[in-house]
Ligand binder design. Sequence first.
Ligand code: NAD
Length: 451
Amino acid sequence: MVHVRVMIIFDKQDMSIKKGGLFRPPYFPLSGQISVDSLEHILSNATYGADPIVGKILEGYTRLDPSVGITNCRVILVSAYGTQVLLHPSSPFVLIWLFLPLSIIRGLPVKYNADRKPGGVNLLLVTGGAGYIGSHVVLGLLDQGREVLVIDNLSRGHRELAGKAVFEEADIRDLSQTGKIFRKYPIDGVLHFAALSLVEDSMSDPHSYFRNNIGGTMNIITSMLESDIDRIVFSSSAAVYGEPRALPVKEEAPKIPTNPYGETKLFIESMLRRSFEAYGTRSVSLRYFNAAGADPLCRTGEDHSPETHLIPIALDVVMGRKEELKIFGNDYPTHDGTCVRDYVHVADLADAHIRALEGMEKGTLACEAFNLGNGKGFSVLEIVSAVRSVTGIGFPLRFAPRRAGDPAVLVASSDRAERELSWKRRYKDMDEIIETAWKWHQKRFRPRRRY
Ligand SMILES: NC(=O)c1ccc[n+]([C@@H]2O[C@H](COP(=O)([O-])OP(=O)(O)OC[C@H]3O[C@@H](n4cnc5c(N)ncnc54)[C@H](O)[C@@H]3O)[C@@H](O)[C@H]2O)c1
């Protein structure tokens, strides 16, 4: 008996399987057609571990690529993610393969790459992909027809937000867990969102931030180096700048973070720069200001616990999930006395991540950092008024004293991202941003009072 290793590539753009229909895998060396019934028969005879492969095949997201080579004895189906499905030796599929000239199979190109050549299957690892921003990037990648693997420990995220991506619950603080994931899946690149990101929390418990953000990223970089993966997009933050001296904030502005959270982001940027210099690991650090809004199709959105961001808190008050909106400080040197911040739509952020990744894939980006913002500041009271106008509902406010370390105005210059990533924001208008957030908020959170 012969052993054939077959690779399954998931590709949403190539959905030629329908249950009961014909399967036309582009790389299949036989007649090019296998009935789905026979695939189902094979799978029903298979012994396999918990793996998305079966569901995906029957849903019809699959094409087949015989590629990896032949050893002896049994037919093994290998998913693009490295999971093996052992087929029953009496499966008719085995017989098909027995009649194949082995040289044809051996000679076929390997489409997913041990050596990660362009044109191979791009399996992208998104850490923290069950969180707010990560889940939007996952959607953006899936919408592009990319293959996505999410790892998240669900400490702050929600499994369902990772959608149709392959999901592994794993903690990046544990090197044995990250190493196992990198050995199991043919990962091509990493988009790294997993982090703790509450500024006040980081002041009271800095060690957990160092351990999670810095320690976790060290494990990701270690696993990347071990697996020879050389591209990563990193979620940095405006917090690396601290209190800026000049506005709008440019990338070359002094970086003097005022809290441990910002320090972790700055240190990670420096680790990535050193990794590039020493090992050639390419990286793009994206320093975002305030992410806002939700997927325009309402497939994912913001659901933090605790919630610390202004717009979702205001929407919570509108929906009766919170009693009032507390505004910290109304005596800042701004036009209405409240702080001014830069809000960038999360779908625009997702677009920038994909452009950053593509830049590294094409070789135009090596080790860079970009600010991502709206280019325009909005005061807290302007946001309140936009929330009232979009929802049509007034809600209670209370002014509280300033919080330590809150600068009066934080607005980004995103000129560099516009120039070098050709990044264009689709959402500049605050009402439009809030409309997407409001739609998601109503879908996600049941109102507790009539409004
Ligand atoms: N939301 C913003 O406005 C904003 C602004 C600037 C930077 N950022 C950065 O963007 C990234 C994403 O932010 P977000 O708002 O989507 O946060 P989020 O909390 O919604 O998402 C982070 C995800 O990472 C996961 N995670 C945390 N620690 C982990 C660990 N040790 N192992 C595995 N998974 C882990 C969480 O469960 C969560 O799903 C963070 O790195 C954050 O610092 C966010």
